[in-house]
Design a binder for this molecule. Structure first.
Ligand SMILES: [Zn+2]
Length: 322
């Protein structure tokens, strides 16, 4: 029978099908949330419109149709700028994060976040960048909305420790100074050794940077997507493996360095006995907090050392303009 011969390709095909299923699930979930037909008793709360710096996107009626089909809904408003609601066919790539809370929760604590792609019109994107004092970049190549969204999904999955379709979508540095900075950040932060904080041990496993050095303004704002591994133990002695991700921003502006550690997420990094699940998940939450409060300040910010001296060198030592 031919089945023997075809065993290997079949396996590959099945794996591919699984990835597609996951993508469909994600699209379906996002659509369900827009439609307020979410299945776990969650209610749609606020929507956070985020703008991804430096991504120009363009779409077409055909692509919008295809995206709506993929998401399974007409209600995504993909053709409107999320800020001014004007019709858009090109602009800056943004992502809407839709928060959900449990029905009846007075505090409206976020239980779930779902994301969908958006196109910001250029005036709104510019105004936003200005308001938030973010760099406004216009030199990058243009992508289709669908490609930008796919890149985003792959990156989120990678941050969650799922290696989908190979390596995560890494942005290309916009200039040589940026390439140097990113390479240096990866080199000083990624470590083979674990460090102990509050009875958990951590190590940074990967750093993916975005944000360019602005040589003209002699400034930069780099966002580092950091993934880490951690181990901790339950009071009863069982070891719990965790994996987490968080974003640390480094900004150099007016000759001053500022850093910001954003709370990330931690998840179980290995199999846990069913009877331990609750406690293991609690520990995992705790590990995420220890990361943000204790480990990240030391393992990320602390390891950057004298960043000001480094930053001055990067943006060019010229004192002619000053
Ligand atoms: Zn707009």
């Amino acid at each position: 029978m031919a089945s023997q011969l075809y065993r290997a390709p079949e396996k590959g095909a099945r794996q591919q099908a699984l990835i597609n299923d996951q993508q469909v699930e994600l699209h379906k979930a996002a659509a369900a949330h827009y439609l307020r037909t979410d299945h776990d008793g969650l209610v749609q709360g606020q929507v956070d419109h985020t703008l991804l710096v430096g991504h120009r996107v363009r779409t077409s009626p055909e692509e919008l149709e295809a995206l709506k089909l993929e998401f399974g809904t007409e209600q995504l408003q993909l053709e409107k700028c999320p800020v001014c609601q004007r019709a858009v066919s090109h602009g800056k790539f943004g992502v809407d994060h839709i928060m959900f809370y449990a029905a009846g929760d007075g505090d409206k604590k976020t239980r779930k976040v779902r994301s969908t792609p958006r196109i910001w019109c250029s005036p709104c994107a510019k105004a936003h960048a200005k308001r938030h004092r973010k760099p406004y970049l216009r030199s990058r190549a243009e992508e289709s909305l669908r490609d930008a969204w796919r890149g985003f999904v792959v990156k989120v999955r990678a941050d969650q420790g799922q290696d989908v379709e190979g390596a995560p979508a890494r942005a290309a540095p916009g200039n040589e100074a940026t390439a140097k900075l990113w390479a240096w950040l990866g080199k000083v932060l990624v470590s083979k050794d674990f460090c102990v904080f509050a009875k958990a041990r951590f190590r940074v496993t990967d750093v993916v940077c975005s944000g360019d050095v602005d040589l003209e303004k002699r400034s930069f704002e780099v966002l580092m997507h950091i993934t880490y591994k951690a181990f901790t133990t339950l009071v009863t002695g069982e070891e719990i493996a965790c994996a987490g991700a968080s974003v640390v921003g480094v900004r150099f502006c007016d000759d001053t360095v500022t850093t910001a550690i954003k709370a990330g997420s931690a998840r179980l990094g290995g199999a846990v006995d069913a009877t331990l699940t609750d406690r293991a998940l609690q520990k995992t939450d705790l590990v995420g907090k220890i990361w943000t409060k204790k480990a990240a300040p030391k393992l990320v910010v602390g390891r950057l050392g004298d960043l000001r001296a480094k930053a001055r060198k990067l943006v060019g030592g010229s004192s002619a303009g000053k």
